[in-house]
Design a protein around this ligand. Structure first.
Ligand SMILES: [Zn+2]
Length: 238
């Protein structure tokens, strides 16, 4: 669920048995993926400078030695999937808040299902990428409860548009025919978009900062509509 990038290097990636398989969207050139393992892909000096200490940071650098924060399995993602909510909005806002409390660096995502007791979220998944996430949308996985929406978060990255559903987000929602929620970690606003909700017109995209060259390629992005929010620090992490 790649956020849309000004650099136009929006890619989707899947880490499979140690091999990175990348597809460059809207481009012809195979480029290095921008979201390799953070120990290799994050600018090391930047990481050291922005050492906030665990658990806010992914890495800490005591005495200049970069060390990954020890996130326990329990701390990796919320486990209280038996929480039930009166609406899908409420479930989405709750779970993205839990994710933000645990990590500002990684995209996490998952699905929201409807159960007889209320709406519930599936445990968030992450591949520890800053700009992409894959998660299970197999309808047979969740005890037969129907998937009613997906959720994911966009970390607050420079030169990104974390507020908008990326072309990949729109495409994925259309394919699965599920609405989606996305948390903009720069603003804390939770946006909602459903297939059929349309996309941003060219004037709005130009105003947002999409270049004419990008527009000429027919990109589609959408702010959706804001359904709620959480409190964030608004720190740009790169
Ligand atoms: Zn996304």
């Amino acid at each position: 669920m790649t956020p849309y990038f000004k650099s136009f290097l929006a890619v989707t990636a899947l880490l499979v048995t140690g091999f990175l398989i990348g597809t460059v969207l809207f481009g012809c050139v195979q480029r290095p993926l921008p979201h390799r393992d953070p120990s290799a892909s994050w600018d090391q000096e930047n990481l050291k400078k922005n050492d906030q200490g665990c658990p806010t940071a992914v890495y800490v650098a005591p005495n200049g030695n970069l060390t990954q924060c020890q996130l326990s399995e329990a701390a990796e993602a919320p486990k209280d999937t038996t929480n039930y909510f009166k609406s899908a909005d409420a479930a989405a806002i709750y779970v993205v808040g839990k994710i933000y409390a645990l990590s500002h660096y990684y995209e996490y995502g998952g699905v929201i299902v409807k159960t007889p007791k209320g709406y519930a979220y599936a445990r968030p998944a992450t591949q520890h990428h800053g700009m992409d996430v894959e998660f299970n949308q197999d309808p047979e996985t969740f005890d037969g409860y129907p998937i009613v929406a997906t959720y994911h978060v966009h970390p607050c990255l420079k030169d990104a548009f974390p507020s908008v559903f990326s072309p990949q987000d729109l495409s994925s929602s259309r394919t699965a025919n599920h609405p989606g929620y996305v948390l903009d970690e720069c603003t804390g606003l939770v946006h909602y978009w459903a297939p059929g909700d349309g996309y941003m017109d060219e004037d709005a995209m130009l105003k947002l900062g999409v270049s004419p060259a990008q527009l000429s390629r027919g990109v589609q992005i959408s702010l959706g509509r804001v359904v709620g929010g959480i409190t964030v620090d608004g720190v740009v992490i790169n």
